[in-house]
Design a protein around this ligand. Sequence first.
Ligand SMILES: *[C@@H]1O[C@H](CO)[C@@H](O)[C@H](O)[C@H]1NC(C)=O
Ligand SMILES: *[C@@H]1O[C@H](CO)[C@@H](O)[C@H](O)[C@H]1NC(C)=O
Ligand SMILES: *[C@@H]1O[C@H](CO)[C@@H](O)[C@H](O)[C@H]1NC(C)=O
Ligand SMILES: *[C@@H]1O[C@H](CO)[C@@H](O)[C@H](O)[C@H]1NC(C)=O
Ligand SMILES: *[C@@H]1O[C@H](CO)[C@@H](O)[C@H](O)[C@H]1NC(C)=O
Length: 426
Amino acid sequence: MRRYVRMALLCLGCGLCSLLYGSSQLALEQEPGWGKPQARDPAAPVRRQRAGGEESSGKCKNLSISYWNSYWMLPSDVCGMNCFWEAAFRYDFMKTQPAEKMHLAVVACGERLEETVTMLKSAIIFSIQPLQFHIFAEGQLHNSFKGILNGLQYQGKFNYTVYPITFPTESAAEWKKLFKPCASQRLFLPLILKDLDSLLYVDTDILFLRPVDDIWSFLKKFNSTQIAAMAPEHEEPRIGWYNRFARHPYYGITGINSGVMLMNMTRIRRKYFKNDMTTARLQWGEILMPLLKKYKLNITWGDQDLLNIMFFHNPESLFVFPCQWNYRPDHCIYGSNCKEAEEKGIFILHGNRGVYHDDKQPTFRFIYEAIRKYSFGDDLVNFLLQPLELELQKTMHTYCGRIYKVFIKQLTKSIRDIYDRGSKGS
Ligand SMILES: *[C@@H]1O[C@H](CO)[C@@H](O)[C@H](O)[C@H]1NC(C)=O
Ligand SMILES: *[C@@H]1O[C@H](CO)[C@@H](O)[C@H](O)[C@H]1NC(C)=O
Ligand SMILES: *[C@@H]1O[C@H](CO)[C@@H](O)[C@H](O)[C@H]1NC(C)=O
Ligand SMILES: *[C@@H]1O[C@H](CO)[C@@H](O)[C@H](O)[C@H]1NC(C)=O
Ligand SMILES: *[C@@H]1O[C@H](CO)[C@@H](O)[C@H](O)[C@H]1NC(C)=O
């Protein structure tokens, strides 16, 4: 039975195609030059052969559609004809003119599959430019990641590669036993992804509440000495961890948090770092092991501590972005202390301390749940924002729930921006 339905669909499809082809030929005869190619259209050479290079007429705009929207809706003044060809040459087009991709890396081990996928979903929902995911995961998670990501019907907006966890061979054992499984992998990303210029690394417990494009754009704001960007570990020194407990140097007044780390890896690989181990400056690949050996007994938070030590000695190399780009429970459980978030909303949420999975900070958990349950294609207002706001109102009695409006301020704006972009036809 199923087979017959499929056959029927196939026939219908073929019929439609030949009809389209027929009518396009007709249009060609009646109006020579429906698609005189424009110079900046990369599919042009191919199309010229087919269309015979006739002159343009008025009825169809000779505009080429260089994007593909998932709803199959055409801007009002574009002829279907253009798209018919465009679709045929889309692959060719992507090869000749790739859009600038944003590269996002995450390291997932243990029970972090669902959390990681939810993070990736939040990146896909709000972002504008295409994304390339670099997923470093333990072997047993590889097939699950591939299965889930292949199932997300959003081809063209993202692509991904899954990598095994790897360390420089000579010191692999030492690195592996040092921290939580895989935690130090991120330090090696500039050495592993050798050909990549820039990368945004995030922890698995991150949720994007605005386009990745916006944090990516900080790369262009780096001055000539900056190589990486992170947020402070604390806003309020009285509750800061590093300034009260650290037994090693750290960046600035309260240290930095490495859960959201933007890197110009070209510059990281080129730089010679000042350090307190030798008088000579060392490159990224040479400094990690001596640093680990020296501070092994004094560090608490693993690789984040090593980054703090490095940027203590090289402060001119760090671009510090404000706390709403890495908003954690610490910003609200001891009283609201991220002023920028109060004004502009939270841009990137960081549910550390496991708050997405327990009942300690339901404000964080409800946002996580809302994005986890959302299915692509559903209306973002009715199926994400409104139900979420109702849930958040129930958290008013908690420390973070008191300022729940701060949590959805940017989210609301991001959703509105998506609708605005949609109605402009892209
Ligand atoms: C079609 O393209 C030609 C140049 O290739 C241009 O002069 C003309 O204005 C275009 N027509 C429309 C309707 O865009
Ligand atoms: C997607 O990533 C794979 C590697 O995982 C790569 O071979 C392929 O070229 C990429 N596709 C696009 C369109 O970038
Ligand atoms: C990263 O730094 C290199 C070297 O300064 C530069 O050529 C490149 O454009 C930078 N990348 C970005 C995305 O700004
Ligand atoms: C480690 O901590 C101890 C105790 O605070 C301190 O004396 C020592 O100098 C520290 N080691 C390094 C390498 O900073
Ligand atoms: C770049 O910015 C950092 C941090 O503000 C600063 O320390 C450094 O001196 C600046 N570099 C240049 C070349 O201006």
